[in-house]
Design a protein around this ligand. Structure first.
Ligand code: AMP
Ligand code: GLY
Length: 422
C-alpha cells in the first residue's frame, strides 16, 4: 500500500517509523517531512494546507492511504476536499472531516458538545462583543485563577490563566478586541480545575474505538514545570496514576459518551481523538479535545504499540476497526525533547547536529531538522526527540538522557527533570 503522511514534526517521523515497520507498506511519502523522514521515504516539498498540491501528490504517487499529523489541514477540511473530488474517491483517510475537527478548531463547539453529552468538564461561558456584560458577571461568579480561551486555533497560545479579576476583565476585552485576531472574536471563560494532566488517545472509525497508550506531556520550558509553555519538552508513557480503575472512569464518563455522541449527531469521525484530561481527586475531567495525535506524546506512545500500525489506520479509515487488535508493550517509554536555546522565544536555526551515530538503545525522531548540503542542521525550536523503552520510568529516562548527552548542536537545551512529578 502507498501511504502519505502530512506533517513535518517528531510526531510524523514517529508515525512514519511505525508505518515503515508494517509489511503492508510499499511507497511512503511525507508532505513536507524533515531530514529524519527522508530516511524512511520520499519527502515532497508541499505544505500541509496546500490542498491542490496534495491532490497532485496523491495522483502522482498512487497514494491509497493518507494520515494527517497536525490539526490545521483537518480544521481546514482536507478530508472533505478529498472526498468531494471524483479523482480521489478511493483514497482512505485517517483523519476527521471539517465538522468533526471543530472539536479542536472551536473551544465553544467542543464545550457545547461536552455539555450535550454530559461529559465532565469545567463550567464555562462563551463571550462575544454582544454579551460582554454577562461574560463579566460569569467571571465574577468564579474564583481565582481565571481561565480565558480564544475560541479558534491560536498556535497553542490562546489560553490565558490570570490570578486577578481586574486582569482577567482587561484581558477579556483585549482578546475580544483582536489580541489573537479572528481566533479570539469569541472567548470561552472557564472555571479553573486543579489537578494533574494526562493525554489519553483513541483511534476510531466513528463506531468503534481502540484505546492507545496514555502519556504525560511536559509543556513548560523550565524544570519543575516553570516558565513559558512550549509545544512539549518530553513525554512519558504509561502514566502511573492511570490505574485500571481510573481508565474505566475515563472510558465510561468521557470516551464512550464522546464516540456515542459523535455517532448520535451523525458526525462521521475517522482518525485519532486526543483527550486532554485533568485528574481532579481521582476523577477525570475534560480540558480539551484534539483531533490528532499529540506531539511529543506520539513519540512516546507509538514505540509501545506492538500491533501493525497500518492495519489500525486502515481500520479507522474504512470502518473495520472492530476486527483489529491492539497490543501494547508493558515497558515504559520516555521521550526527551532536545530544543534550540531560546525556544519558545527567539532562537537560531541552521546549527550543525553531530553525534547521532553514537546513539544506542534509543530511537531518535527528528522534529525540526533539515539537510544543508551533506550536513544535518537544526531547523526549528524543537529539534530532536530521543525515545527509549525500559523496565520502569527510571530505566527508560536514563537511556534517553545518556543518549541526549551524545547528541550535540550549539545551544542545545533539554529538561533534565522529566518524570519528577510522577
Ligand atoms: P488547552 O489549549 O485548552 O489545552 O489549554 C492549555 C492548557 O491550559 C492546558 O493544558 C491546561 O494546562 C491549562 N488549562 C486549560 N483549561 C484549564 C482549566 N479549566 N483549568 C485548569 N487549567 C486549564
Ligand atoms: N502535546 C500537546 C499537543 O500536541 O497539543
Amino acid at each position: 500500500m502507498n501511504i502519505l503522511v502530512l506533517g513535518s514534526g517528531g510526531r510524523e517521523h514517529a508515525m512514519g517509523w511505525k508505518i515503515r515497520q508494517s509489511k503492508k507498506t510499499e511507497k511512503l511519502c511525507f508532505a513536507p517531512g524533515n531530514a529524519g523522514t527522508a530516511s524512511l521515504g520520499i519527502n515532497l516539498d508541499i505544505q500541509v494546507n496546500d490542498f491542490p498540491q496534495i491532490k497532485n501528490a496523491i495522483l502522482d504517487h498512487d497514494i491509497e492511504l493518507m494520515v494527517v499529523g497536525p490539526e490545521i489541514p483537518l480544521v481546514e477540511g482536507i478530508r472533505d476536499f478529498i472526498e468531494s473530488d471524483k479523482e480521489l474517491q478511493d483514497v482512505k483517510i485517517a483523519g476527521p472531516g471539517m465538522l468533526a475537527a471543530q472539536l479542536e478548531g472551536s473551544k465553544d463547539f467542543a464545550k457545547n458538545f461536552m455539555s450535550r453529552h454530559n461529559i465532565p468538564t469545567a463550567k464555562y461561558f462563551t463571550v462575544t462583543n454582544d454579551n460582554i456584560k454577562q461574560g463579566i458577571e460569569f467571571l465574577k461568579s468564579l474564583e481565582s485563577p481565571y481561565v480565558l480561551k480564544a475560541d479558534g486555533l491560536a498556535a497553542g497560545k490562546g489560553v490565558l490563566i490570570l490570578n486577578e479579576l481586574t486582569e482577567a476583565e482587561g484581558m477579556l476585552h483585549e482578546m475580544l478586541g483582536g489580541k489573537f485576531g479572528k481566533a479570539s472574536s469569541r472567548v470561552v471563560i472557564e472555571e479553573f480545575l486543579n489537578g494533574v494532566e494526562v493525554s489519553v488517545f483513541v483511534i476510531t472509525d466513528g463506531k468503534n474505538y481502540k484505546l492507545l497508550p496514555e502519556a504525560k506531556d511536559y509543556k513548560r520550558i523550565g524544570e519543575g514545570n516553570t516558565g513559558l509553555n512550549t509545544g512539549g519538552m518530553g513525554a512519558i508513557s504509561p502514566v502511573p496514576f492511570v490505574t485500571a480503575e481510573f481508565k474505566e472512569k475515563v472510558e465510561a464518563r468521557i470516551i464512550r459518551p464522546t464516540i456515542n455522541g459523535l455517532s448520535a449527531e451523525k458526525i462521521d469521525y475517522r482518525g485519532f481523538i486526543f483527550f486532554g484530561l485533568i485528574n481532579v481527586n481521582n476523577d477525570p475531567y475534560m480540558i480539551e479535545y484534539n483531533v490528532r495525535l499529540g506531539d511529543p506524546e506520539a513519540e512516546a506512545i507509538l514505540p509501545r504499540i506492538k500491533s501493525d500500525f497500518v492495519d489500525l489506520l486502515e481500520g479507522a479509515a474504512d470502518g473495520t476497526l472492530k476486527d483489529k487488535n491492539i497490543e501494547t508493550d508493558k515497558l515504559t517509554s520516555a521521550t526527551v525533547m532536545l530544543v534550540s536555546g531560546g525556544y519558545p522565544g527567539n532562537y537560531e536555526k541552521g546549527k550543525v547536529i553531530t553525534g547521532l551515530e553514537n546513539v544506542s538503545e534509543s530511537v531518535v525522531f527528528h522534529a525540526g531538522t533539515k539537510m544543508k548540503g551533506d550536513q544535518l542542521v537544526t531547523n526549528g525550536g524543537r529539534v530532536l526527540a530521543v525515545n527509549s523503552l525500559g523496565v520502569g520510568m527510571e530505566e527508560a529516562l536514563k537511556l534517553s538522557y545518556q543518549n541526549s548527552e551524545k547528541i550535540n548542536f550549539d545551544n542545545k537545551y533539554y529538561r533534565k527533570d522529566l518524570g519528577f512529578d510522577l
